[in-house]
Design a protein around this ligand. Structure first.
Ligand SMILES: *Cc1c(COP(=O)(O)O)cnc(C)c1O
Ligand code: SF4
Length: 415
């Protein structure tokens, strides 16, 4: 398998850039492409495209790292990299179902910058700065409007909230992109989280390995490895993004003992096909990245043109499970509007059931039956401290008999 290095010298705009500047992430950040005249020196734009872009830029920002720009096809408007980077006139279309904050990240926020949705883990948005503005971004409402890291006062509050909540055992650092912070700044955040005894694991969500891989220096990897157990999830959407540079970034992190996962977004025209996804997940495994999630594109404003039907995601999982390495198969999820969390959706493998048998089908279409145990044996000893007491799990373990909506009319009729 060949992983090409990005040949940036072929792009007129970058022809004179030295190798050392190119490989310096600070240079990349300070040369992000934000306007049409600069973009025109990377890709060809006709008059109508330029006009559309102008209208888009009046409403939404554009920001493309030189590295990611050099990866775009200069002529092909359907290039999967270009579609994720260059604004489309369709972003101006208002779909009546679009929402500002579809995942209620702001609503479920006990202190600014922190979202506490699940019982044992929190999402900590440490900055709203990104190295670029992805066109399909969920957090468009905040990314790239005010470029600020989370203030010291807000971070203090968030750390205090986490230390005061013994149930929080997993902190997910996201943004914006946490890897746009300096090593020192990021390290100070990691130190403060590590000082909290009940925080078992720390996760970082970042797109830097995809859009600015030179940020992942040996020095960064050496700093990160001091804070294990630390996990990193990145965001590759297409195998074209898996360059030699990106692979090196992943290798540095993996060599630092950091387990890597990938969260793709299912995007119309970019990766909504079986073969595109299969190639991507194979490339990820070769870079030591475990495909973790495929997200259904959410209901954020201005991204309706990227949405596929949910059946497309199911079809993709169908084409992977059984057909390739089980490790390569991500969980396809719909992040429920209103803050309901990630809901897995998949093909149905159970065809029928009785009290004695379940009938299953496999990926080949073969049908099999599995005999259920008829002797009820004592379950294994349980570690009660780890039991789940919320939601459907509470019904299963007998904590509750029913779950019902809080506003049921029949409950208000007074009996
Ligand atoms: C995605 C997400 C998490 C983490 O979910 P996992 O399924 O544990 O990876 C936590 N909090 C919020 C608000 C999230 O959106
Ligand atoms: S890097 Fe992530 S948060 Fe930043 S613009 Fe892209 S998708 Fe959005």
């Amino acid at each position: 398998m060949q992983y090409p290095t990005v040949d940036y010298k072929k792009v007129p705009l970058f022809a004179k850039v030295s190798q050392s500047d190119w490989n310096d992430w600070r240079w990349q950040l300070s040369h992000v492409i934000k306007d049409i005249p600069t973009l025109e020196r990377v890709i060809s734009l006709d008059a109508s495209e330029k006009n559309d872009l102008k209208r888009c830029l009046a409403k939404f920002r554009m920001a493309i790292t030189p590295y990611y720009a050099a990866l775009m096809d200069a002529r092909d408007r359907q290039c999967p990299v270009r579609l994720q980077a260059v604004p489309s006139i369709e972003e101006l279309r208002n779909d009546p179902d679009d929402l500002d904050d579809p995942l209620h990240e702001d609503v479920d926020s006990p202190v600014p910058g922190l979202t506490h949705r699940y019982p044992d883990r929190v999402l900590l948005l440490v900055t709203n700065i990104c190295s670029m503005n992805c066109r399909h971004c969920t957090r468009r409402r905040m990314v790239g409007f005010e470029d600020t890291p989370l203030s010291k006062a807000c971070l203090d509050k968030a750390v205090k909230y986490i230390s005061g909540n013994k149930a929080v055992r997993d902190v997910l650092i996201s943004g914006g992109d946490p890897l746009t912070l300096s090593d020192d700044h990021l390290e100070s955040i990691l130190q403060r989280l590590r000082a909290i005894k009940h925080v078992e694991i720390i996760r970082i969500g970042t797109r830097v390995p995809v859009v600015m891989p030179m940020r992942v220096t040996e020095k960064l990897a050496a700093m990160l490895r001091k804070y294990h157990p630390l996990y990193i999830n990145t965001h590759f959407n297409h195998s074209k993004e898996m360059t030699a540079e990106a692979r090196l970034a992943c290798a540095r992190l993996a060599d630092a003992g950091i387990p890597l996962g990938n969260q793709s977004v299912l995007l119309r025209g970019v990766n909504d096909s079986q073969s595109t996804m299969k190639k991507l997940v194979h490339n990820l495994l070769m870079a030591r990245v475990k495909p973790y999630y495929i997200y259904q594109c959410d209901l954020s404003k201005g991204i309706s043109h990227f949405r596929t039907s949910v059946s497309k995601g199911i079809e993709i999982v169908e084409s992977l499970r059984g057909h390739t390495t089980g490790m390569a198969v991500p969980t396809y999820v719909v992040d429920a509007p209103g803050g309901g969390g990630k809901i897995p959706v998949m093909p149905s493998y159970m065809i029928s059931q009785s009290d004695k048998k379940i009938v299953l089908r496999n990926y080949e279409g073969g049908i099999t039956s599995y005999s259920l145990p008829q002797v009820v044996s004592r379950p294994s000893n349980s570690d009660t401290e780890y039991a789940s007491h919320e939601g459907i799990a509470a019904l299963l373990n007998g904590d509750k008999r029913t779950l019902e909506p809080a506003d049921l009319k029949r409950r208000k009729r007074g009996h």
